[in-house]
Design a protein around this ligand. Sequence first.
Ligand code: COI
Length: 361
Amino acid sequence: MTTDFPLFRTTKPTPEAERENILAAPGFGQYFTDHMASAVWTSADGWQDRKIGPLEPFSLHPSAAVLHYGQEIFEGLKAYRHADGSVWLFRPEANARRFARSAERLALPQLSVEDFLASIEELVRADEPWVPVSTGEESLYLRPFMFASEVFLGVRPAAQVTYSVIASPAGPFFASGIEGVTLWISSKFTRSAKGGTGEAKCGGNYAASLAAQVDAKQHGCDQVMYLDSAGDNTLEESGTMNVCLITADGRLVTPALGTILEGVTRDTVLTLAGDLDLVPEERPITLGELRSRAADGSITEVFAAGTAAVITPMVGFKGEGYEFTIGDGTPGKHTLAMREHVLDIQFGRTEDKHGWMRRVL
Ligand code: COI
């Protein structure tokens, strides 16, 4: 089976001056590069039509199954330009494996790790000038996704599926950046239940999170924090990222897997905890523990971990009838140190002891 994604270069690339303007202040998810990767799967023929072509709209029949039943998954990862101009991916194999797990859960076809990596690497090569020179955390955000494109209204796994990767130059996900974000602890909405799709990275999870996100904004918060759906009042994750706590006795604690997204950055900080003399711990964390230990100072810091969010301090929480800050409401020293450590690895400023970086150019 071929894993080649041949390049059909656009004849109308974005003019250099316009691209440089965009790269000077990319924001998040607002601008897109000149090309996209794509491939089509059918139950009869498997994966075909792999290519890198000009970025262009899809033409979808109104009955395409994804528009009705939401059979869709996606990933998020980044390409980083190092000081010597070279371009690298961070742990793309982990995204490939998670994509495969999400595909299984959503009854979508498996895309091989080789195809996943080839599509991304070829797209980054085609759009190399779009990888920002970073002054902080700027990178090229890559968004692989797969959806049911079969023209059919019956409810069953689609017999035709489209895979694609688009790329978007990215700065900080939150406007407040490293000053930190505030979280609305929802007692109205949950994100997932045992046996549901909580561990999969599927569009449906994010669609279902939007009403909670609106609620969070109405309460003056940046994001929502979910509790479990079983009524145990344990922390799950935030709308777009995993949550980690730092305790006064030197632990880095994060909710155990089961119904939450198995974040690549989550796994990264658990692996790197020892470098900051922290002991990693995965276990249930109740809201009661968070509130009482934030009050007595034995939880000293809370932060979010995610590809888009990198490491973002979580400085304050609100829920129905209560609110509290973590420490003095400013980013903690371990949070900032972990953020620097992760970015140093991603931007090649420190040794890549775990073999996480994969060179593209
Ligand atoms: C990511 O961090 O890559 C995400 O997918 C979160 C969000 C932008 C949906």
